[in-house]
Design a protein around this ligand. Sequence first.
Ligand code: PEP
Ligand code: MG
Length: 321
Amino acid sequence: ARASAISAPITDGALADGTPVPLLANLGNPDGAIEAVALGAEGVGLFRTEFLFLSSGSAPTIEQQQQSYTKLLAAFPGKKVVVRVLDAGADKPLPFLNDAHEENPALGLRGIRALRASEDILREQLTALAQADAATRSLPDGPADLWVMAPMIATVEETEYFTAIARDYGIRTAGVMVEVPSSALLADRILESADFASIGTNDLTQYTLAADRLLGSVASFQDPWHPAVLRLIREVGDAGRIHGKPVGICGEAAADPLLAVVLVGLGATSLSMAPTALADVRATLLQHSIDDARVIAGAALAANDAASARDAARAAAAQNS
Ligand code: PEP
Ligand code: MG
């Protein structure tokens, strides 16, 4: 029985009523693609590109980047692949992008802000992505569906800046990460120009609770079950529904099976996580319908703190599993 369970085909992510919830992989290197596919990833929801930049003291060439992106795209024919442009600064310092000393780097020149200050790096990255996209168009299994998004978007203006520059380079689907409370609160405006939003719950939690995600003494605040975080996610989910645009989740929260159900109940249309988390999330989603997920999310939203939100969701989920 065990052998047949292992060799049984992995089904696509879905709720009990059949509502599809694509389950995607977070990857930090194209080398992880094969394993992600084997674990049932239906595509890539977050490809972190920092690895290309962290290994040397200077930016990689367009050619080096193109090779990496081509390898990634070629592993996912016909599938969605969401690439995040460089997210430097704060927990990912890069001396050649920003060498100014900052007292509070998480609140400093990071993400899209750092890329705008060194726009050549952004332009080179978009060039390499467009080239990789073109290079994979003629593969026998067909191309991947390339989506590109920017990290740390805080304003509508940054959204317009990024989507315009990405489209200049031929990127067809350009979106933003929602990981700053301002962009969650303005998601309805942001989704007027962005093609999609992807919520980074790690940073969204850090910035909502004003607790450095790297600092052990405030680690207890770094809990995406906090109802304040859930309310912001609901804002984005509602905005996605109004505009008919996808809202993914790519922070660690999506890897918690019960929280994954809550996130779908709040309006997330896909979930991206470390590939090893896919199986548990897939199994838990299958136990609840979309109506159940909304009820479970409502129970969590009504709580006062993270621990009671988790308990309330668990109690609500027990009624339909
Ligand atoms: C996040 O902030 O949730 C996220 C996915 O980005 P990173 O963890 O790379 O900052
Ligand atoms: Mg982040």
